[in-house]
Design a protein around this ligand. Sequence first.
Ligand code: NOJ
Length: 538
Amino acid sequence: MAAPHAPRTDDWWRDAVIYQVYPRSFADGDGDGTGDLAGVRARLPYLAELGVDAVWFTPWYASPLVDGGYDVADYRTIDPAFGTLAEAEKLIAEAAALDLRVIVDIVPNHVSDQHTWFQAALAAGPGSAERERFHFRPGRGENGELPPNNWPSQFSGPTWTRVPDGEWYLHLFTPEQPDLNWAHPEVRQEHEDVLRFWFERGVAGVRIDSAALLAKDPALADFEEGVDPHPYIDQDELHDIYRSWRAIADEYGGVFVGEVWLPDAERFARYLRPDELHTAFNFTFLSCPWEPGRLRRTIDDTLAEHAPVGAPATWVLCNHDVTRTVTRYGRDDTGFDFAAKRFGTPTDLALGSRRARAAALLTLALPGSVYLYQGEELGLPEAEIPLDRIQDPMHFRSGGTDPGRDGCRVPLPWEADAPYCGFGAGAVPWLPQPEDWAQYAVDRQSADAASMLALYRQALRLRRAEPGFGDGPMRWLPAEEGVLAFARPGGVICVVNLSAAPAGLPPHRELLLASGPLGADGTLPPDTAVWLRAADGA
Ligand code: NOJ
């Protein structure tokens, strides 16, 4: 196992590699077919050996799991399917002993309909104080039979559901996820208490779900295409909320990463001002097709938009909501677009895998921090889930046209020859693993120097050893058409060939790492990346 390492600076988060664990699918310790904290604890040495700095857990709290745990019934309890609070505390301590920090996921926009607040609101009826914590309204139309406004959902389908007494409540996601009223002081107070609850337990950071959606236009006015401001995305009030959160995080030395999907770079950067969130996910990069000009522009824009607020960029290729990288890059249109998710898209997995390998070296060489989604290091493709096993509400709410997100949430393969590839020894996993899953198993890849896992292990080791990587400047180097080449301080160069022809390499003293074999003449084949040590060491 790799020796535990000391962080380079106190600002560990400025250049960290953060591994995302989807607990339900990571490892099943008790053999019931669902991943759990016992499974994670047993596999912490794997994460330490991989060489990541922190682990972000998607929600592990008590939840009916209607939306994979993003429907939280109680923030202070671990879902019994995953374990207990005492186990979570042990996990945080065991991770710390391996120099792994823990990041938890807070979902402030909504709660589960099973949350005591919502149950109380239903019971208390119209006009009650309990309903004030949510957005309950009478309907429109003669008998209130129409929803209070026309707001589009973040998932397909309506955003309002009517309760038996005739009132409607707002839910930007499923009806089982009622939106909280962030103008209510108790909503604010409760979340501040929840933040403290987890910081007190030693977590290093918090990922904020749907971070730009919490505040709503108080009039709940209709949405009009193209008219600003949007009634529920990126309302100015949010910044005040995050300033008070930041003050709490600062007491504990904790950090935030916001899930902020916003096309406007200037508005995005506001969330990263020094007294607000430390970081936010860079979804522009994730959504960018495998195309040299657009990638370069995205990288430049990202760095330019972060610079004025002094925040480090984050680089993300994959998460539990999007088509897996290998599959995406194996398709004609490799940019990620929720609306374009469909069944049966032709995919060239060999091409996707080559590109994903190159993209890994590109991403890990860029200035800032990197998020790695479980299974990305194994090169897992998106799995096809049989229709009768699909669980994701996104699929059902689309009327069955959208395959949903289960394909990137399939239980991990650990041991090629064990039942369910070593995910867990007992019951059938909650989502089926494809028949060819064994080839991706950790044990098989550990024994193969050319595997995706071997590439990630080497890249993470080098990234940690080379002081020029992580936070800091980068400089584009002259390169052939379709080739991206840049230098980091200390003389490390990254070259990525996105053209259709082999490319020459800049002068260098040493080949540090290659995402695939070089040409016999030393050229860089298409869809391949290398890390080099510059000839002059500068
Ligand atoms: C974003 C999360 O990543 C996603 O999985 C979830 O469905 C929505 N927010 C709603 O919480």
